[in-house]
Design a protein around this ligand. Structure first.
Ligand code: IPE
Ligand code: IPE
Ligand code: MG
Length: 247
């Protein structure tokens, strides 16, 4: 058991009982900027830095998987100017992330329909995934143009195509076999899902995979989310009793 002293509180985390897979809905960038009288895009830029800090910290403390919600299938509804700014930031940060990955040996993977992204972004994602194949261990999944319902529908269509081609049999479908049609195939379900920004909803994140996840909500806005906030979420998770329907 390790004790962490932060400014106001002591955070108690048992590093031998960490959640294997933590997922985060990186929300609150716009409100963070508004509070400071800055354009929303300034919040996205600081939020991208926070992602970098937390992604590296996840490796330092010994998580196996970190999955972050960066852009949803519904986020296209935003003003074109904001969408373009987010896409420009993604391009910049993915380019830099390749260097970080090579330095820190972090595997980066993507969940989502990447075909709606610009050709340059798609190339960057493909390059990143190619480099990731060289590394073992800690993996970060970035959800880009991701929607939980969209993921399930895509999975169903792919499964249906396999059935029509004789590669799958409807009589044999199980939860485990269907999971193989999702972006998260071969990755364990998230143990802990964190949502900053004060909203208490999933907003279409990991619908299938979150069936037995523990949720942690905090009012902290994503650009302000610190290493201590991650530890506080893990400490809360470690106090819970996971029963999976049992006793
Ligand atoms: C999360 O922050 C980033 C994306 C959804 C792309 P928001 O932009 O949703 O920030 P708020 O919720 O408006 O504060
Ligand atoms: C969820 O946040 C998506 C991401 C953080 C990428 P939103 O800001 O889009 O969610 P709502 O609109 O508040 O539900
Ligand atoms: Mg939001």
């Amino acid at each position: 058991m390790a004790l962490f002293k932060s400014k106001e509180t002591t955070i108690e985390v048992d590093f031998d009982r960490l959640p294997r897979h933590v997922a985060i809905i990186m929300d609150g960038n716009g409100r963070w900027a508004k509070k400071r009288g800055l354009p929303r895009t300034a919040g996205h830029a600081v939020g991208a830095e926070t992602f970098r800090t937390i992604a590296t910290y996840g490796k330092d403390i010994g998580l196996d998987y970190l999955t972050v919600y960066a852009y949803s299938t519904e986020n296209w509804k935003r003003p074109l100017e904001e969408v373009n700014a987010i896409m420009a930031l993604l391009k910049k940060y993915l380019g830099e992330a390749i260097e970080t990955m090579e330095k820190d040996h972090i595997k980066l993977n993507f969940f989502g329909d990447l075909t709606r992204l610009s050709p340059e972004l798609q190339t960057l994602c493909a390059e990143t995934q190619e480099i990731s194949k060289r590394y073992e261990g800690y993996q970060v999944n970035v959800c880009l143009n991701y929607g939980g319902r969209d993921e399930i529908i895509r999975g169903m269509k792919a499964w249906q195509a396999d059935c029509a081609a004789g590669r799958a049999d409807p009589a044999e479908l199980t939860e485990a076999s269907f999971s193989q049609y999702l972006y998260s195939k071969d990755i364990p379900d998230p143990d802990l899902i964190i949502r900053p920004s004060g909203e208490i909803r999933t907003s279409n994140f990991l619908l299938w995979q979150s069936a037995y996840a523990e949720f942690y909500f905090t009012d902290v806005l994503w650009p302000d989310f610190s290493k201590d906030d991650l530890l506080a979420a893990i400490a809360s998770y470690q106090k819970r009793s996971r029963r999976y329907g049992g006793v």
